[in-house]
Design a protein around this ligand. Structure first.
Ligand code: GN1
Ligand code: MG
Length: 369
């Protein structure tokens, strides 16, 4: 089934005008559908879920429903006192009342509403944008903080459990392809050395969780800057999208992910590694925006691990890209040969830059407390 054929199966008025690829996702296929009647137009999102990554679409859709219902309820209740209109996508049902369809190949298609008059950016545009990125994440974490984490499925077991990715790396290294790739370039050898030096340290958040210092909570899972929606009329944050990875986890990975994506002005695909660094001015503003809402639900132990979370998540993402490179690019979509290796180098460079700036970042975190 293609996206146009999938689109007409959902409960949307009118006839299709266009169904075109949109977004920059590394995993799912996303399309913007435009439908028109004689007097109105509706634009919405159609997605084919990547079945190799998300093996259980029923659970993903169940999580999405729990979170969107809960947040919509809270937003309605708080609307009169809010400083702006907050939005969150809703599931558009099929014409037969289901949350998704399975096509003849077993692929899962679903439709979700578009966030009105808003857009996201691949890179931070200004300090105001940076503030809004932090504020949106704080708001989302606050809104889902009272969902019982056990009411959410663990849809991606091991997702954001950093040491689990070392197991994946070792499995890739044990294959002929992995061996060939790891020995064949200086970049790959650099990645190996970078990882080896941080193997013992990288379970820092997981160990804190095992000791009971950090608790499992509902998390977004992928709050990178391109998932933060900014209102086109006001320039204010209005929503966070890409809710497939919502599941129980450590909110630290969310905090770290927002910062590692927003404070790297070069982005994830920069070929010139000299251009990759962690911008602490940007970090300061994001943390300020985040703390406006997060300070009410962060414990002292949570605060203690905020610095580590920024360092860990850039390391983790680099490790994931590198392991996928060695496995033959089976997980992330790639645009050219060596794309995953380049992405790994970028994240490791960013991680190094975070390490160099540790005292400054810690001061920022303390001052915004
Ligand atoms: C993937 O598909 P996308 O772009 O929303 C990945 C995230 C990574 C991100 C890096 C399910 O997200 O974990 O941080 O790429 N999502 C999954 O850009 O693995
Ligand atoms: Mg995502």
């Amino acid at each position: 089934m293609n996206a146009a054929a999938a689109a007409v199966q959902f409960e949307v008025a009118g006839r299709p005008v266009s169904v075109r690829p949109t977004g920059s996702g590394n995993v799912n296929d996303t399309y913007l559908a435009v439908f028109r009647t004689t007097f109105s137009q509706e634009r919405f999102i159609i997605q084919r879920i990547n079945g190799k990554v998300f093996a259980n679409p029923r659970q993903i859709m169940a999580n999405l429903k729990v979170v969107t219902d809960h947040v919509h309820r809270r937003l309605e209740a708080e609307a009169d006192d809010a400083d702006r209109i907050w939005q969150l996508p809703r599931i558009i049902p099929t014409k037969t009342g289901e949350d998704y369809i399975l096509d003849e190949k077993g692929d899962c298609w679903r439709a979700i509403s578009l966030i009105a008059s808003a857009r996201s950016y691949e890179h931070i545009q200004s300090l105001e944008h940076a503030h809004e990125a932090g504020y949106v994440l704080g708001q989302f974490q606050r809104l889902i903080s009272d969902i019982d984490p056990t009411s959410l499925h663990d849809t991606l077991e091991g997702f954001h459990v950093t040491p689990r990715y070392l197991v994946g790396l070792d499995a890739a290294l044990a294959t002929d392809l992995g061996q060939e790739l790891v020995g064949s370039t200086a970049d790959a050898r650099h990645c190996m050395r970078f990882i080896s030096a941080r193997r013992a340290w990288c379970s820092v958040l997981e160990e804190a969780r095992k000791r009971g210092e950090l608790l499992l909570r509902p998390t977004h899972g992928d709050p990178k800057v391109s998932n933060i929606m900014i209102d086109e009329d006001t320039g204010k944050g209005t929503s966070i999208i890409d809710l497939d990875t919502v599941k129980p986890g450590l909110i630290h990975y969310d905090f770290g992910d927002c910062l590692r994506s927003a404070c790297n002005p070069a982005g994830e695909d920069e070929a010139d590694l000299e251009a990759v660094y962690f911008d602490t001015d940007m970090c300061h503003v994001i943390v300020k925006g985040y703390m406006r809402l997060a300070s009410e639900f962060l414990s002292a132990a949570d605060r203690h691990y905020l610095y580590d979370s920024i360092r860990v998540i850039s390391f983790e993402l680099g490790l994931r890209f590198f392991a996928d490179y060695l496995a033959g690019d089976v997980y992330f979509k790639t645009k050219h040969e060596g794309h995953n290796l380049l992405r790994a180098r970028v994240q490791f460079k960013l991680c190094e830059s975070i390490e160099t700036r540790e005292p400054v970042i810690r001061r920022i975190l303390e001052s915004c407390d």
